[in-house]
Structure formats: structure tokens, C-alpha cells
Design a binder for this molecule. Sequence first.
Ligand SMILES: Cc1cc2nc3c(=O)[nH]c(=O)nc-3n(C[C@H](O)[C@H](O)[C@H](O)COP(=O)(O)OP(=O)(O)OC[C@H]3O[C@@H](n4cnc5c(N)ncnc54)[C@H](O)[C@@H]3O)c2cc1C
Length: 225
Amino acid sequence: MVEDGRVTGVETSKGALPADAVIATPALPISWSWLEPHVSTNYVAQLRKVEYLANVCLVLELDRSLSETYWLNVNDPGFPFVGVIEHTNFEPAETYGGRHIVYLSKYLPESAELYQMGNNEVLEYCIPYLQRMFPEFNRSWIQGSHVWRARYSQPIVARHYSGLIPAMETPVEGLYLATMAQIYPRTGGTNYAIREGRRVAQAVAAVLDGREQIAQTAHGGARNA
Ligand SMILES: Cc1cc2nc3c(=O)[nH]c(=O)nc-3n(C[C@H](O)[C@H](O)[C@H](O)COP(=O)(O)OP(=O)(O)OC[C@H]3O[C@@H](n4cnc5c(N)ncnc54)[C@H](O)[C@@H]3O)c2cc1C
């Protein structure tokens, strides 16, 4: 929620939450859709320059283990996923009621055929590749499957990317950005997301704190350390 160029809160499915400051963490295209009415077209145009790859993730519930490897990166261009990750070689299968959880991940453009496929098609497409990599693997091992798609998964770090990274502050007073697109030169990862979140949260807290100090000084009040 924005009034007179300043953030006033967040609209949620359970009503409005008033706030002095808001940190927006979704991918930039999601943020700019609701920022657009409140900022200049130049600002939105600048944010739009950051493009994103999508991601498809097939999660399989198997009745047995696929291999002893937790994280198998695959560089074979004939295999359509960047890796085969057997999550239950890291976290015990008991956590999942005895099911063995394996996922296949692929970063790709939104227009790619695999991204456009239906859930069943994705599964059928993947099975022969898994059989080639793990010859004993049989489709009867599959007890369940889930397909996840994320349209804005990985910002594309093109040439001169450092010049595209948006500042944490936005033209809307009190509204800040903390997104994967600002993580540079590293690529996105949970650890960097946490680091960025802390950095922005500390900066926002300092701004709010400073404002509080000014208000208290103006009213002659003392501030507790
Ligand atoms: C398949 C895959 C595997 C990965 N594996 C790893 C890994 O092994 N290790 C690792 O470190 N990193 C991994 N990553 C990267 C990691 O997931 C990201 O770096 C991290 O999640 C980024 O955190 P974030 O909080 O910035 O964004 P996100 O985790 O994407 O959080 C953004 C949140 O905003 C929410 N949102 C969207 N729109 C709105 C809206 N309008 N209003 C409110 N909320 C909204 C979304 O639902 C989401 O919960 C992986 C990513 C993918 C796609």
C-alpha cells in the first residue's frame, strides 16, 4: 500500500497490515507489477532489463533408493537435467514415511518445450533418461510424482550485469528490495538470500531507528540504548 509516494503497509489475504517499512523479496517482475503505478516508467524499464530463466523440478517418491549419491551434477548434454538429487541420501527416508525422494532440476527459458509440458508428460519424458543413467531403475518404483515450475527462478547475469542491479532503496519511500537479482557476483543460493535479507533488514532497522531518534529528540525524550 502506497500513499503520497510513501509505503503505508501490505495488503494480505487476511486484510491490510500497516507498516512503516516494507521489504519486497519476490522476483523483480512480480514486484514491478505492483510498483508500476507508483514509480516512473524509467525505473520500471530499468528493472525490466533483468531477465530470468524458469525452472522445472520433477520430484519422485520411490519405494527404494536410486543410488548412494546425494547430489549428482550432470554435464552430459544428452541428459536434459542439470542434476539428479536423491534428497533421502541426506535426510533419512523415514522422515518421508519410508519413501525415497529424488528430484531432477532444469533451468530453462519459459518458451522451452519441457516448461510447457503437462505434469504427466514431464514424468514420461524423464523416465527413459533415468533408465539410461540407472539401468536397474523401473517405473514400478515410482509411488508418486510432483512437478514444480517457477517462472522467475534465476536472474540471467548478462554482460555489464553489475550496472543493472537495482538498489535496495526504491523511489517509494519506505519500500526496499531484497531479491536474488541483487546477489552478485555470486549466483543465487539460500545462504546468499539469508545474507542479503539480513543486510537489508539491518539497513531498514537503522533508518527506522534514526527516525525514532529524531522524533524523540524533537519531543525532548531520551532514548534507551
Ligand atoms: C530447483 C532449485 C534448486 C535449488 N537448490 C538450491 C540448493 O540446493 N542450495 C541453495 O543454496 N540454493 C538452491 N536454490 C536457490 C534457492 O532456492 C534460492 O536462492 C533462494 O530460495 C532464494 O531465496 P529468496 O527468499 O530470495 O526467494 P524465494 O525462496 O523464491 O522466495 C520468494 C517468495 O516470495 C513469494 N512471493 C511471490 N510472489 C509474491 C507476492 N506477490 N506476494 C508475496 N509473496 C510472494 C514466493 O512464493 C516465495 O515464497 C535452488 C533453486 C531452485 C529453483
